[in-house]
Design a protein around this ligand. Structure first.
Ligand code: 13P
Ligand code: SF4
Length: 322
């Protein structure tokens, strides 16, 4: 007698050729797979579109697919659902949250807003639908400076929830803003000391960073931008080597687009893999397949906040196109 290992029903249900099965499900469901650069390489490779938060929102707003499979985190899938209330929006793992979104509870934010009654609220897209519904304009890391620059100089502004992006936007625009004190656990993990050590080992390397990083890291960067902006920069830069201070999932695309160049992930303070976003990494190719096959888990938005959350996203899309 041979002992048999216990196998879960989901394991037995997985086809051998997951890539082929997902491609077939895309056709059967008329589905589009949208993925953020922080997803694991296999997910990036099966996606119909890979982008930063702005690109993903624009694509979600334009899609003619019946089903949107969002390979990213919850606030991104929620944004796609707000833009497409009648479509099925699937998220491979509903627990794929975000520390920034978690840092801004609706009741606390309502009190914060009430304490600054004459302020316009600009919220980073990394927030829940509830916070979006309490905002005037949504922004992403790629358009925050552009959007703030479009507002009259005398307009008072609350910026939430990322204090690091908020401070960076203040520096770039010369505007004072009231900042909500949220942060990203991934981008705050980078160690200035270890980045400088790396720079000494590779003096020819350029440091590129996401604006969610702290100022101690940003001040050493020769280029700061959203994930798409970083990807574009490493392509056009004459440099051959880069220290990349953002979630290392982006390096998969960097290596695909400029294979002759070298990319070194910025190290975290501790000896851990905490420069990888634990939320983004909850999604796997297997979960993506199962979500499509079973048409669940689905992202839903309470009706009461749908239209209030839509207006500031639409304002962002309009202002971004100017
Ligand atoms: P972008 O997609 O705007 O580059 O932001 C990165 C991020 O942290 C998303 O959660
Ligand atoms: Fe949120 Fe940071 Fe993860 Fe982006 S990297 S999803 S901001 S926790």
């Amino acid at each position: 007698m041979f002992a048999t290992a216990s196998v879960s029903p989901t394991q037995t249900a997985l086809p051998k050729d997951l890539f082929g099965a997902i491609e077939q499900l895309k056709k059967d469901l008329n589905a589009v797979v949208l993925a953020h650069y922080y997803q694991e390489p296999d997910i990036q490779d099966i996606a119909d579109y890979i982008g930063d938060s702005l690109g993903l929102s624009q694509r979600a707003a334009d899609t003619e697919a019946d089903v949107i499979v969002f390979a990213g985190v919850h606030f991104m899938a929620e944004t796609a659902k707000i833009l497409n209330p009648d479509k099925l929006v699937l998220l491979p793992d509903l627990d794929a949250g975000c520390s920034l979104a978690d840092s801004c509870a609706p009741d606390e934010f309502a009190r914060f807003k009430a304490a600054h009654p004459d302020h316009l609220v600009i919220s980073y897209i990394n927030c829940t639908a509830n916070i979006k519904a309490m905002s005037d304009i949504i922004c992403t890391s790629s358009n925050a400076v552009k959007l703030v620059n479009q507002l009259p100089a005398e307009q008072k502004i609350i910026f939430a929830p990322d204090r690091n992006l908020g401070r960076y936007v203040m520096e770039q625009t010369g505007r004072e803003m009231v900042l909500w004190q949220g942060s990203c656990i991934v981008h705050e993990t980078f160690s200035e000391k270890k980045i400088l050590q790396l720079k000494m080992e590779h003096p020819d390397a350029e440091i590129v960073a996401h604006p969610e990083c702290e100022q101690t890291v940003l001040r050493h960067a020769s280029y700061i931008g959203s994930t798409t902006a970083l990807l574009n920069y490493v392509q056009r830069s004459e440099n051959e080597r880069f220290i990349v201070a953002t979630e290392p999932g982006i390096i998969h695309q960097m290596e695909k687009q400029v294979p002759q160049k070298h990319f070194i992930p910025a190290p975290p303070e501790a000896n851990c893999a905490c420069n990888e976003c634990p939320y983004m990494r909850l999604n796997t190719l297997e979960k993506l397949y199962l979500a499509m096959k079973n048409k669940t888990p689905e992202v839903t938005i309470p009706e009461a906040i749908q239209s209030d959350a839509l207006a500031p996203i639409q304002r962002m899309l309009e202002m971004s196109a100017r």
